[in-house]
Design a protein around this ligand. Structure first.
Ligand code: NAD
Length: 289
């Protein structure tokens, strides 16, 4: 225990699984007390019980205003303050080609969780933090919000929205020393990929070890040759929640094993430009490709 969050109080949404659960564990190990919020009461209660008095579970649907208002009230009533709000709950949501995109209930649900959720979290945490004159709001965006091709269309649009929401709210709250940042994870081994197993015709991953099944594929996705883990994102969340980040606000911090750094270098043939030179040289020498 190094105590980087000693005495701090955090609210973590989507805290029952994956990145959220990894962050709850890490926050507690750093000395924080945490209100763990999630739709999944079974897993939420279980983790809260395992971690003891430092954690309280609050059943919450982040897309519903009364739930989020209650969550913030409960945190203040229980622990007296809120130093960090981690808007992390999420799902893959509607997917498929643009002409097949369903604009019905699943679409509304996706917007509700991925965009309304962070807006509601900010709306209700801001007055508490403003009155304290301190606080750190963190939202889990994604590399899919920074470029195309890394997630479903609607998911990518909403994660980009979270990044700009972060900047916008950071400017409003900066005079009160309330910081607002986003983390953009790359491929992290979690249960978020479970519905994809069903779409691929495999048994839904509810009972399978989806993170374990995904690790080898995720390891091949980016230049650092391993899957991202919840602990990688938790480490960035600890930094942003801590006083070490007191001058960091309005930013989207990418944690992705160099996935978005550029086109990967081919170990045999070098960079993209080196390959272009080689091809041009071959052509000028009249050699076939
Ligand atoms: P996960 O499925 O393991 O965890 C998501 C948690 O959110 C679950 O416990 C789920 O019950 C909860 N949740 C879903 N809807 C909710 C709602 N309406 N209210 C409250 N809780 C709700 O997935 P994860 O990968 O840990 O996802 C966490 C965040 O990270 C999400 O915002 C996701 O978009 C983002 N993200 C994940 C990856 C990745 O590769 N895993 C990459 C980039 C961003």
């Amino acid at each position: 225990m190094s105590g980087r969050l000693q005495g701090k109080v955090a609210v973590v949404t989507g805290g029952a699984s994956g990145i959220g659960a990894g962050t709850v564990r890490r926050f507690v190990s750093e000395g924080a007390r945490v209100v763990l919020a999630d739709l999944d009461a079974q897993r939420g209660e279980l983790l809260a019980r395992e971690l003891g008095d430092a954690v309280r579970f609050q059943p919450t649907d982040v897309s519903l205003e009364p739930d989020v208002a209650r969550l913030i009230d409960v945190a203040v009533a229980q622990f007296g303050r809120i130093d960090c709000l981690f808007n992390n709950a999420g799902l893959g949501g509607v997917s498929g080609s643009i002409d097949q995109t369903d604009l019905g209930e699943a679409y509304q649900r996706t917007i509700g969780v991925l965009l309304t959720g962070p807006i509601l979290g900010m709306k209700y945490a801001a007055p508490v933090m403003r009155a304290q004159g301190s606080g750190s709001i963190i939202s889990t965006a994604s590399v899919a919000g920074t470029a195309g091709g890394m997630g479903p269309h609607v998911y990518s649009a909403l994660k980009a929205a979270v990044i700009n929401l972060t900047r916008s709210v950071a400017l409003e709250l900066a005079p009160f020393r309330v910081r607002v940042n986003a983390i953009c994870p790359g491929g992290i081994a979690t249960h978020i990929f479970a519905p994809g197993f069903a779409r691929a015709g495999l048994p839904e991953g509810a009972n399978a070890d989806v993170p374990e099944l995904m690790r080898p594929a995720l390891a091949r996705m980016q230049p650092i040759p391993r899957a991202g883990e919840p602990e990688d994102i938790a480490a960035m969340a600890v930094f942003l929640a801590s006083d070490e980040a007191s001058f960091v606000s309005g930013q989207a911090l990418v944690v992705d094993g160099a996935l978005t750094a550029g086109r990967p270098r081919d170990p045999e043939r070098g960079t993209m430009v080196a390959q272009a030179y080689q091809e041009a040289a071959r052509r000028s020498a009249g050699k076939p490709d």
